[in-house]
Design a protein around this ligand. Structure first.
Ligand SMILES: NC(=O)c1ccc[n+]([C@@H]2O[C@H](COP(=O)([O-])OP(=O)(O)OC[C@H]3O[C@@H](n4cnc5c(N)ncnc54)[C@H](O)[C@@H]3O)[C@@H](O)[C@H]2O)c1
Length: 362
């Protein structure tokens, strides 16, 4: 077994992220479980591959399972309520542990359930998608969706540990893997340009079964996220840098009814819009924009939205993003390789120009 470890430290709490393979069956879960009561939350797609090995790793505990339906639309208050019913009817106590086995959907709702049940029970993240390994399982943001808006009901609630078994990536659909790579690229653009260069140089080798390379990549992303979260757990400052491409991206996802584009795909398009904005306003070189566009294209990610979606319509949806604190639209833009800033200095006309320039095909 090879394993890397990254530590996340926030005020009053510190926890490890273990990255390696195989981990599901070998990680020492018991170090992070404080009573014999455990509820695993997963979905049938993930459970078909990984529930049995996880259950055998946890066989010394009294382990129950809640399987939610698979899909973003089930990250809902209805599913949350079913989880609460299960926890209560099982007589789960305050020191019971919830284990989230799955991607960001399972992780977000399991984490929110852990935050709420009896005002907070311990939980462990076992992320099984690339996006969950590098992003959603780390940093303590948990949420469910409301019919009127995504991720609107949630809590900052940190896990006891994150156990990322890279072997799980091998069963992930290629499109989901590619979408996770969009978030990986993001880390390179916001904090560590050498990570971006590593991706650029290793494009043919970035495969789900290349566990050695993926371990290095996932570790670096988790280090960056851990650093940012340690500085700003509640997103009053630098944590906003993680939203590069997300103001545009969330609007793209919404216009696509959360089904046309995966989150990472929308983030890739949104990142290019943010880069076009920076390039058109002389914050970065055109060459930087084109390098990133080429990398996204090589990773099988979309780089533009169809002409049928006007820039005005996208802007209108962006105005309603919960992260827009003011009248102006707040975006993260690159200011150089591996450096970004948060700004609301751009006019609607400048934002529209950036959105429209993204329509030019490679
Ligand atoms: N909390 C945060 O900080 C944060 C950050 C980013 C995204 N998110 C949230 O994460 C969610 C998206 O997460 P996601 O991209 O992981 O999607 P997801 O959880 O929907 O997983 C994608 C698909 O892959 C399947 N799957 C998962 N692991 C698999 C595996 N190993 N093998 C085969 N299939 C597998 C799932 O069942 C699902 O069908 C969104 O709800 C988003 O809001 C949260």
């Amino acid at each position: 077994m090879s394993m890397k470890q990254v530590t996340v430290a926030v005020e009053g709490h510190q926890y490890p992220i273990f990255i390696g393979s195989p981990l599901l069956t070998t990680a020492s879960f018991k170090d992070f479980i404080s009573s014999n009561q455990v509820l695993i939350i997963s979905n049938p797609t993930v459970a078909a591959h990984y529930l049995a090995p996880l259950q055998s790793a946890l066989d010394e505990f009294d382990c129950e399972v809640f399987l939610m339906d698979d899909g973003e639309s089930y990250k809902s208050l209805t599913t949350f309520n079913l989880i609460m019913e299960r926890l209560i009817s099982l007589g789960m106590r305050r020191n019971a542990t919830i284990v989230a086995l799955g991607g960001g959907v399972v992780g977000d709702i399991a984490g929110f359930s852990a935050a709420c049940y009896q005002r907070g029970v311990p939980f462990i993240q076992v992320p099984t998608t690339l996006l969950a390994m590098v992003d959603s399982s780390v940093g303590g943001k948990t949420a469910v969706n409301h019919p009127l808006a995504k991720n609107m009901i949630g809590a900052f609630y940190q896990p006891q540990a994150v156990i990322a078994d890279l072997a799980c990536l091998k069963t992930l659909p290629q499109r989901e893997f590619n979408a996770g790579m969009a978030e990986v690229v993001k880390y390179g653009l916001i904090d560590d340009f050498s990570l971006f260069e590593k991706i650029e140089q290793n494009l043919p080798h970035l495969q789900p079964d290349n566990s050695a390379l993926m371990a290095e990549i996932v570790e670096r992303c988790c280090e960056i996220k851990a650093k940012v979260v340690a500085l700003d757990e509640k997103e009053t400052g630098v944590r906003a840098h993680l939203n590069l491409g997300h103001t545009f991206g969330h609007a793209i996802e919404k216009i696509g009814d959360y089904s046309r584009w995966l989150h990472g795909e929308a983030v890739a398009i949104g990142t290019l819009m943010a880069m076009a904005l920076a390039e058109q306003n002389n914050l970065i070189d055109p060459e930087y924009y084109h390098r990133v566009k080429t990398v996204f294209a090589c990773l099988g990610l979309p780089t533009s939205i169809p002409d049928s979606i006007s820039s005005e319509r996208l802007i209108e949806v962006m105005r309603h993003d919960k992260k827009n604190l003011s009248e102006h639209i707040r975006v993260v833009v690159p200011t150089g390789p591996g450096v970004v800033k948060v700004t609301d200095e751009f006019s609607v006309a400048e934002l529209c120009a950036a959105i429209d320039s993204g329509r030019v095909t490679l």
